[in-house]
Design a protein around this ligand. Structure first.
Ligand code: PAN
Ligand code: ZN
Length: 186
């Protein structure tokens, strides 16, 4: 028997994942209609502006019970009006599935919302680790001036329910006020 080399590497300073089976996806402003509040500011921006991208590893098929998915999200610095760039946000389709987030670089906020619509906002800084409870929608926001990156590990049968957020939105938004991030009720 011989030692084998690892198939995947994660650069813990940036979150970049290196390996043969990395699935890459991008979200531009055009992919995020309905996400940002200031539609006039949005209309003045280039629709192809990159907001975030993901590098994921899916070692088993989606919906496989008891498997794990692994990935990094990189959110660009930027704002639509006063509102910082952020992810679409979702509940898991199997809403009882948890998830772990851990920050690599930059500064951000993790918005959490339970099924009753009650929200929390946790600061994310390098090394911060966030265990997202079951039945809790999650969205991340880049509140800094550089790329904000964080890793995630979640069950392969969790799935994504974007529809509930598209309909209800989050109860709180993160905006720049006097040069600082501030929370405003939505
Ligand atoms: C993450 C998210 C990723 C992108 O991997 O999917 O940060 O955010 P949206 O999926 O909301 O666009 C995760 O939470 N997976 O379950
Ligand atoms: Zn998730």
């Amino acid at each position: 028997m011989e030692f084998s080399d690892p198939e995947l590497f994660t650069d813990f300073t940036s979150g970049e994942i290196r390996g043969s089976a990395v699935d890459r996806a991008e979200r531009t402003l055009a992919d995020l209609s309905g996400v940002f509040a200031d539609t006039a500011a949005l209309a003045a921006m280039a629709p192809r502006t990159l907001v975030y991208r993901t590098e994921c590893v899916f070692p088993v098929a989606a919906d496989t019970p008891a498997g794990l998915f692994w990935g990094t999200t990189f959110i660009e610095p930027g704002k639509v009006g006063a509102e910082y760039f952020m992810t679409k946000g979702h509940f898991h389709a199997r809403a009882d599935r948890m998830e772990a987030y851990f920050t690599f670089a930059g500064t951000g906020v993790l918005l959490l919302m339970d099924r009753a619509g009650s929200c929390r906002a946790e600061r994310m800084v390098a090394g911060s680790t966030h265990l997202i409870p079951a039945y809790t929608a999650h969205r991340t926001v880049n509140t800094g001036a550089s790329v904000f990156s964080f890793g995630a590990c979640w069950p392969s049968d969790a799935g994504h329910d974007y529809g509930s957020i598209a309909e209800r939105g989050f109860g709180v938004r993160v905006v720049e006020r006097d040069g600082e991030p501030a929370l405003v009720s939505a």
